[in-house]
Design a protein around this ligand. Structure first.
Ligand code: XBP
Ligand code: MG
Length: 217
């Protein structure tokens, strides 16, 4: 039995990427950029992890001069919009997630997060679904900009393992995307994948199990 479960956030704990897409588009409009990401645009751009990196990729694709936009500031505005939208309470946990967390706690297994998203977004999700801080549910949090290289690099899972003080062999990772699977595998972890709306159909070779959701984990 693994001593710790390490969860990805977006797409794994909850189907959040449509809310991210809405936050990006709302922010682009309020900041006067006139950009709008369709679902198809976002499915392509999601292959680039990290909101700031995603904006930079979009700008490169449209030939916009990166010097003309303060990307960190634009992304900070997007995060504020995302956390406000999350607070409206439209997002719930994916099927089976709460039961896996409850069973882990009952067995004395430790819980951690390893995510590319920004810390405030994790806190917003915890408030929305558990009405408490993320640190009250997960002993360890490893988020977005805490690491130099985002998924599929192993850095954020290695940071979570370091903070847990456990070897990868004693832990189990839960992911929804190929980037996430590659990141966790590179960190030496066994991985259970539950594809999400934007990642269904990706090649999850190397996963210990690929499940529609965690209902029958
Ligand atoms: C998914 C990501 C994040 C989110 C947007 O993270 O790649 O970039 O799409 O969040 P996860 P930010 O590892 O949880 O699947 O705009 O804060 O990056
Ligand atoms: Mg994910």
């Amino acid at each position: 039995m693994p001593k710790a479960l390490i969860f990805d956030v977006d797409g794994t704990l909850a189907e959040t990427e449509e809310l991210h897409r809405r936050a990006f588009n709302d922010t682009f409009a309020t900041e006067g950029h006139g950009w709008h990401w369709t679902r198809d645009d976002y499915a392509r751009l999601l292959k680039t992890t990290g909101g700031k990196e995603r904006i930079a990729r979009h700008m490169a694709e449209i030939g916009a001069d990166p010097a003309t936009v303060d990307i960190p500031a634009l992304h900070k505005a997007k995060t504020a919009r995302y956390t406000a939208l999350m607070a409206a309470g439209e997002i719930g946990l994916r099927p089976g997630v709460q039961a896996v967390i409850d069973n882990a706690r009952a067995r004395g297994q430790r819980l951690a997060i390893a995510t590319t998203t920004s810390g405030p977004n994790v806190e917003a999700l915890a408030q929305a679904v558990w009405n408490t801080r993320a640190g009250d549910v997960f002993e360890v949090l490893a988020c977005g900009d805490e690491v130099a290289a985002k998924k599929p690099a192993p850095d954020v899972f290695l940071l979570a393992l370091d903070r847990l003080g456990l070897p990868a062999a004693d832990c189990l990772a839960f992911e929804d995307s190929l980037n996430g699977l590659r990141s966790a595998l590179a960190a030496g972890l066994e991985v259970i994948v539950t594809p999400s709306s934007y990642t269904d159909g990706e090649d999850f070779t190397g996963a210990a199990r690929v499940l529609p959701d965690l209902t029958n984990y």
